[in-house]
Design a protein around this ligand. Structure first.
Ligand code: IPM
Ligand code: MN
Length: 344
């Protein structure tokens, strides 16, 4: 059936603006026989202030009935840090078991990298999405006293590691260079690190064509800057992946271009696609945000739903647009230009 039931969560700040452009391009790229049924969900800071809710179970159930979710950005200075991040964004990732957090790092032709020379950058970070220090497993003792103690315990299961590692091997196998790098910190985080390393080696026996490599996360940050061309597919835990993918965005033209997918490969729950950037309250409402990251996230969404040709058309449109960018354009002007290109 050629219908896409899309849940749209614009969220906070520039999320509203960039999602509007993402939808514009999506509508423009879809063939006439594909019906787009999109439902907008009012979630984020406004709803929190109005009702005290971040993500009610009834809304979660409604979201579940969609093929995919397009999300803008979550977070606002008027809401205490962590409330919306944990109560909405991470709740969605956990509830829908988005264990593959896919974040491409690609330097498009014509885009200026802050790195010297013109390095070839084309890698993809497969960030684990449902475990690690993100599970909220910890606590505080003797709060407010000088003896205060806080723990934040990283959860690493063999099941959770194996499924993300296997997914990363499959992706590496499907790419020309067939190279997979595990990033961890197994010289210090020995319990989790050794489990990751062992499973990485075990699963690797199923993929003899894939070349493997291991880097400690601190060393990986050096190579992201000095030798980004050495990376093809990278697999890593939730927190290391969070940090590395901001760095990846920085070296590939900035956070305005970085797309991501929170994927549940089984299809049991809708996968969710979002720009890596946040809600940028400082520039919200001014038409200054670059919607390209959202548009590229829409391409990932289409690819996930089996519309590979349409996804490729969006990527080609972005690539062409990026070679011709000169003066500043508004959010809507970029969206219009990309929509025009994909429908041409
Ligand atoms: C991201 C963000 C989130 C994360 C925050 C907002 C919870 O930084 O998508 O990278 O840490 O995953
Ligand atoms: Mn992040």
């Amino acid at each position: 059936s050629r219908t896409i039931r899309l849940a749209v969560v614009p969220g906070d700040g520039i999320g509203q603006e960039v999602v509007a452009e993402g939808l514009k391009v999506l509508e423009a790229v879809l063939p006439a026989d594909v019906k787009l049924e999109s439902t907008e969900f009012d979630l984020g800071a406004r709803r929190y202030h109005r009702t005290g809710e971040t993500l009610p179970d009834s809304v979660l159930a409604e979201l579940k009935a969609h093929d995919a979710i397009l999300l803008g950005a979550i977070g606002d200075p008027s809401v205490p840090s962590g409330v919306l991040e944990r109560g909405l964004l991470l709740k969605l990732r956990f509830a829908f078991d988005h264990h593959i957090n896919l974040r491409p790092g690609r330097l498009f032709p014509g885009v200026k990298s802050p790195l010297a020379g013109a390095p070839e950058i084309d890698f993809v970070v497969v960030r684990e999405g449902t475990e690690g220090p993100y599970v909220g497993n910890g606590g505080s003792l003797r709060t407010g006293t000088e003896q205060e103690v806080a723990t934040e315990v990283s959860l690493n299961t063999a099941f959770g590691i194996e499924r993300v590692v296997r997914d990363a091997y499959r992706r590496a196998q499907a790419r020309p260079r067939k190279k997979l790098t595990l990033v961890h910190k197994n010289n210090v985080l020995v319990h989790a690190g050794h489990l990751w390393t062992r499973i990485f080696e075990q699963v690797g026996t199923e993929f003899p064509e894939v070349t493997t490599d291991y880097l400690h996360v601190d060393a990986a940050t050096i190579f992201f800057v000095t030798q980004p061309e050495r990376f093809d597919v990278i697999v890593t835990d939730n927190l290391f992946g969070d940090i590395l993918t901001d760095l990846a965005a920085a070296v590939t033209g900035g956070i305005g271009l970085a797309a991501s997918g929170n994927i549940n490969p089984s299809g049991a729950f809708p996968s969710m696609f979002e720009p890596v950037h946040g809600s940028a309250p400082d520039i919200a409402g001014q038409g200054k945000a670059d919607p390209t990251a959202t548009v590229l996230s829409v391409a990932m969404l289409l690819d996930h739903l089996g519309y590979a040709a349409e996804a490729a058309r969006i990527e080609a449109a972005v690539a062409a647009d990026l070679t011709e960018r000169t003066g500043p354009r508004t959010t809507a002007q970029v969206g219009d230009a990309l929509a025009a290109r994909v429908s041409a």
